[in-house]
Design a protein around this ligand. Sequence first.
Ligand code: ZN
Length: 401
Amino acid sequence: MRHFALVALVIVMAALLLGLPQQARAQSGIEVTDVGVFDDFGQHVTFQGRIRSSVPIASATLVFSDNYDEIVRRFPVNIGEDGVVTYRYDVVQNVLRPFVTITFWFEVILQNGETLRSDNYRVQYVDDRFTWQQQMDGSLRVHWYEGEAAFGDALLEVTRRSLNAVNALLPPPPDAPLDVYVYASTTDLQSALFLGGEDWQGGHANPKMGVVLLAITPGPGQSIEMETLIPHELAHVMLYRSVGEGYGSLPVWLNEGIASSVELYPNPDYDQALITASRNGSLLAIADLCDAFPLDASRAFLAYAESQSFVRFLRDTYGTPGLFSLASAYADGLSCDQGVVRALGTSLVSLDTRWRESVLGENVAGVFLRNMFPYLGLFVFMLLIPLIGFFQRRPADGRAR
Ligand SMILES: [Zn+2]
């Protein structure tokens, strides 16, 4: 039963030409019918079609790529007596990301040497272990399987507000579809990510695919979870769409700082974590949060708190245009420090200092002097030694002259 959704989708999509280059004679010599895709999520995907041609067919190939890695995969297929071709793709060995969109077509070589190609067909690799409900508003779509329609209403409403919050921080990119899939438990989400070959995380955004996966259990805590998770993960998608392929070069503190700073339900523990770390002298240097966050949970939490606060400081100091030109500099491939130099005309270390002083009330210059005090005393003493000698020798010098 679970296969029908995919089949229906493919047949609808089969009528569309979907953007990939078409060979001019694609339709002149072959007819492709009965196109279908059957998937068993996390196990295999079976592609099927019936190819007919007035000239005998020498060989046929199934070709497909997806909107995650865009690798073009080619598989020779046998043609049955009735022109039926099938190919079973093993998803255990060659994982597909959940909800990735697959574009596929058939290529044939006729016995007269001519090469022909079918239309493109597009299908989404849906996690069909669950029966998804859907609501949409323009290009926004929310999907869930546990909870009433009101749960979907709430999801869509928070997604709209999240988009507004992100658009207030980043220049809105061109409109494009965005799908939010909400699993009812972390176990369900975890299994989907596991089957898709990804590590488990609290929420998951696949910016290139325009897909966000979350775990929110319908119930009393749903609002807080929605207002925390949806804007955060949606911001990752929109940031990717704003800066393009260079998204992968953004420092982690900027990427996570932007995502955390648009959360509609602010994390109440971030401020306390910052104050405590500031008092203890255990704040992490922003320059140490460029490539990765700490693995240790409490230091990772502090890294999120710092990144959020630092990004807000940058926004308040340089405005949203300054923040975006910084993101663009990084997307152009500049290093963590060089990006700041080009976009904001200062260094990351001095910004870090200004942030600690203005947001956390630290007196970094005073702290520096206090820490240096013993060395300063020694330095002054060493300066005095030759002077003492000079005054002691002075009468003798006088006599010599
Ligand atoms: Zn994030």
